[in-house]
Ligand binder design. Structure first.
Ligand code: SF4
Length: 370
């Protein structure tokens, strides 16, 4: 493999074709850090509006450290993997305390921050400070596997370790910022998973995958893991013109987000019986007048949810929360001020279509939306 050709072709291509992304304007370390955390498991086009909003609301590290958790989670709402947002704040507080509010330059210091692993530390060190650290992400793995026509299983740690070594061998010293971004950018724009545009690729001349016609079957990612489908039920419990929401525990799945109460439907249960059981277990009350509102199918990265949504009213008992941190009765129009998981947001966006039911006569009819 002609290393010099790969290096110069990639650098030239990046100079001409890189996207004008906001964190590339000045390579401000704070901006690079936020972008790298947002880009974990998420595409650039999804991240862009989140990034702009975040920087506007929290212009520097100290403002992240000072912000209320609900503000952080609201800015993150819909991006998923909420531990990333909470770790950002933990890291910001650590930077204020340990590094006087200035983003550290040393790889080891960056790696010591919460939420930052080997890839992110190397990406920030190279992109923000142009230090000679290679990076290997999904885009780089795909491109290198095709370039070398490498059919090994890229889920194996030994294979990934080899890719880190290769990325290090290819890195032109003093050009890490551009070279690392060039590899990731070519993987994102040209050497794409299903439709690599080999005709315009600057590496075509050296690419063994292209020469052998194997590029579409690479990288080899081993056996696919089956995505689990979970049936969940929830209640929009109303009292006058307000509905009940609760804040999830501070740790675990979707920690700290707000939600409508409910839970998993167990084997042999109907959605209604599961909901009655969940509400009794979580809130210590019984509910009445259950009406189905809608069913939402939502795909998270590792599982899919069938969300059965009901409208209900409190029947007997005094609310005593056994699962959530706290609960609140909130007017429909104020729901969007709280950070919710993506599936709940979809329900909230539909609720105004039913809003007449919240203010109308008691014996209303609910239309099943889906
Ligand atoms: Fe990817 Fe095709 Fe370029 Fe090879 S020639 S690196 S397969 S886009």
């Amino acid at each position: 493999m002609n290393k010099k050709f790969i290096q110069s072709s990639l650098l030239k291509w990046f100079k001409r074709h890189q996207r004008p992304l906001p964190w590339r304007k000045k390579y401000e370390p704070y901006h690079v850090w936020i972008s790298e955390i947002m880009l974990q498991q998420t595409q650039v086009k999804t991240v862009l509006p989140y990034f702009e909003r975040w920087i506007l609301a929290l212009p520097d590290i100290r403002s992240v450290a000072r912000a209320k958790e609900d503000k952080i989670l609201k800015l993150w709402e819909g991006l998923g993997y909420y531990s990333r947002a909470r770790n950002l704040q933990k890291a910001a507080r650590m930077i204020v305390k340990k590094f006087v509010g200035k983003f550290p330059r040393k790889y080891e210091d960056i790696l010591s921050l919460p939420g930052i692993g080997r890839y992110t530390a190397a990406a920030i060190t190279s992109i923000a400070f142009n230090q000679n650290y290679p990076v290997v992400d999904g885009n780089v793995i795909r491109m290198v596997a095709r370039l070398f026509n490498d059919k090994r299983n890229t889920r194996l740690p030994s294979v990934v370790a080899d890719y880190w070594k290769r990325a290090g061998d290819f890195l032109p010293k003093g050009r890490a910022r551009d070279f690392n971004q060039a590899m990731m950018e070519l993987g994102a724009l040209v050497c794409t998973p299903n439709n690599p545009d080999c005709d315009i690729c600057p590496l075509q001349k050296e690419c063994l995958g292209y020469k052998k016609g194997t590029m579409l079957s690479l990288p080899n990612r081993g056996k696919k893991t089956k995505i689990k489908i979970i049936d969940v039920v929830l209640a929009v419990i109303r009292k006058g013109d307000k509905v009940f929401i609760q804040k999830r525990p501070p740790t675990g799945l979707m920690a700290g987000l707000w939600e409508f109460p409910g839970g998993k439907i167990q084997q042999g249960e109907t959605p209604q019986s599961a909901l009655r059981r969940e509400i009794m277990e979580e809130m210590g009350i019984t509910i009445k007048n259950l009406r189905p509102i809608m069913k939402i199918r939502h795909a998270y990265t590792r599982f899919k949810v069938n969300l059965h949504c009901f409208l209900a009213e409190m029947d007997k008992g005094k609310i005593h929360l056994s699962f959530a941190q706290k609960g609140e009765w909130v007017r429909l129009q104020d729901l969007r001020k709280y950070p919710f998981p993506a599936a709940d947001v979809r329900l909230i966006l539909e609720l105004p279509k039913l809003s007449w039911t919240f203010f109308g006569p008691e014996n209303f009819d609910i239309t099943l939306i889906t």
